[in-house]
Write a protein that binds this ligand. Sequence first.
Ligand code: ADP
Ligand code: ADP
Length: 237
Amino acid sequence: MLEIQHLSKTYDDGTQALKDVSFHLEQGEFLVIIGLSGSGKSTLLRCINRLVDPTEGAILLDGEDVAAAEGNSLRNFRRRMGMIFQHFNLVKRSSVLTNVLSGRLGYVNPWKSLLHRFPKSDRDKAKSALERVGLEAQTHKRADELSGGQQQRVGIARALMQEPDLILADEPVASLDPVLAHSIMGYLEKLNKEENMTVLCSLHYLDLVQRYATRVIGLKDGKVVYNGTGEDIRKIT
Ligand code: ADP
Ligand code: ADP
């Protein structure tokens, strides 16, 4: 489904965040990217949906290159990917419903949703996404009235608005305590197993990796140093 070929990213200040990264992702996998802080996990996920432009390499989604896409073709790629962020990236003073609706416009700029009038079909879809994460009772609350775990469930509901076939989750549980972390990972697992969504998720807790990943990619200093099951993962740390 997704093939990353020789991907490199050098930021403007000269930081080489990714160095010749290659791997592939099959439909239906729950692939976890693990690595220390600064190893390039976030850059990798952001390159895949082009929140960050890669310096070199290809990102093939069903054979078509996302790295070279522009305009409508880039928008179409992004519609297939739902992004979930470590710090949730909600518009805190807006309602839960407005935040979820913003997923229809792409997660890149949730603030745009404040000015947008959404059709009833979108509002129905948003309500159904909130039901799927058990937040229907919070629909009209302000996002910042919710707990961290609930805010991340809003983040998941927002990602579902695009009906994505690929979920990109950038350390989705790093801001949460271990019990909430399992609850959020459980929602991702459900989307993977019951709704056939492919998941690419970065993490740094080993216990979570072994519990949820069907396969693991280890990153160190921007390079792939491991590609295999969760069992031998301790060797890379
Ligand atoms: P991780 O998600 O594993 O913590 P990141 O992808 O955030 O890793 O960072 C990889 C490296 O790139 C780090 O050295 C980080 O400081 C650097 N980096 C990340 N974003 C930027 C940026 N916008 N400009 C310059 N350097 C960056
Ligand atoms: P998160 O964990 O949510 O990715 P970070 O604190 O790692 O948050 O990064 C916040 C923002 O700062 C990101 O957009 C990232 O690209 C950028 N960033 C991270 N490291 C650097 C850096 N060394 N120089 C410039 N920007 C950076």
